[in-house]
Design a protein around this ligand. Structure first.
Ligand code: GUN
Length: 300
């Protein structure tokens, strides 16, 4: 573990590249057993640039690992009923082992109706209430992508969670809530004492300063500053916000929730943005797809 001024960089890009090699081997085995490659579909509604980039990254990772993938791109003004029909098609397509509906969705569409329409056995994002319920009870069908990726990154860098105080900033259904469940659960990668902070938390700075491991998932660029962090803490940055920047090639920069240059010297380990949590999220999604395909094989 690094010491102050010289933290270990928790390199999600490098780690995910290493893990992709074993995913590729498993995908090959499944391809010969199933007589077709494992399949992942993504539903993308509208023209949000960030969502399109994330979906493209997921498709690219599938291609690199021998997983068949495709995107169902639907217009921004699609009616909710029509989207539900597209989901129903994917529920029944045999070559689709798992699929995701990229969030956020346009305001006129109910996220709850959409996530509940996905067949739980194909819900590789782990968003369906059945799957969240199973996760809560310690009997997960799939691991939620971002929290699962963070646990895998901890495992890779031998970061112990047992008995440690983890402070999670944010209680979103995608990150904060399932992250809390995994960390507090019994067993490897869990057994932590978890504090969940959110917009109504009082004495937020005090809570952050108690963290052995601080996980920031609030979507506020550079929110976490050096004085928020206990010396030697592990800091995980889930935030990834596009901030306009005329000098950048694409016209924007990506900023995490953590002020990296100021916070890093105080940490024992820290994730960068980009190249930290993001690539690990994709690893969980690919692993879940293989898990779904292997359950389908057992049904043959
Ligand atoms: N939007 C941001 N993160 C995610 C994710 O993990 N899955 C989906 N479907 N949408 C997202």
């Amino acid at each position: 573990m690094g010491n102050s001024k010289n933290p270990v960089l928790l390199d999600g890009k490098k780690t995910s590249d290493q893990l992709k090699a074993s995913i590729q081997i498993k995908a090959q085995t499944l391809t010969s057993l199933l007589g077709r490659p494992p399949g992942l579909a993504a539903v993308l509604v509208g023209n949000d640039g960030a969502s399109a980039t994330y979906v493209a990254a997921k498709m690219k990772a599938c291609a690199a690992c021998g997983i068949h993938s495709f995107t169902v791109h639907l217009p921004e003004d699609i009616a909710e009923e029509e989207l539900l029909q597209e989901i129903e098609k994917l529920n029944h397509q045999e070559h689709v082992d798992g699929f995701i509906v990229q969030l956020p969705l346009p305001k006129h569409i109910s996220v709850e109706r959409v996530t509940e329409a996905i067949r739980p056995e194909k819900d590789v994002d782990c968003f369906h209430p059945d799957n969240v319920g199973r996760l809560t009870l310690g009997r997960p069908r799939f691991l939620p992508a971002t929290p699962g990726g963070i646990i895998t990154l901890f495992n890779h860098y031998h970061i112990e969670t047992e008995g440690r105080h983890v402070v999670v900033l944010g209680r979103s259904h995608i990150v904060g809530l399932p992250m809390t469940l995994l960390l507090a659960a019994p067993g490897a990668g869990g057994n932590a004492t978890v504090t969940v902070c959110h917009s109504r938390t009082q004495n937020l700075e005090h809570h952050m300063q108690q963290a052995d491991i601080l996980i920031a998932a609030i979507g506020k660029p550079a929110f976490v500053q050096a004085h928020h962090v206990k010396p030697g803490a592990v800091v995980v940055d889930v935030g990834i916000t596009r901030v306009p920047d005329n000098t950048a090639p694409r016209g924007y920069r990506l900023l995490g929730d953590v002020d990296f240059p100021k916070v890093a010297p105080k940490c024992s380990a820290i994730t960068p943005v980009p190249g930290g949590v993001g690539p690990m999220t994709i690893i969980t999604l690919l692993s879940n797809t293989l898990e779904a395909a292997s359950r389908n094989m057992n049904r043959l």
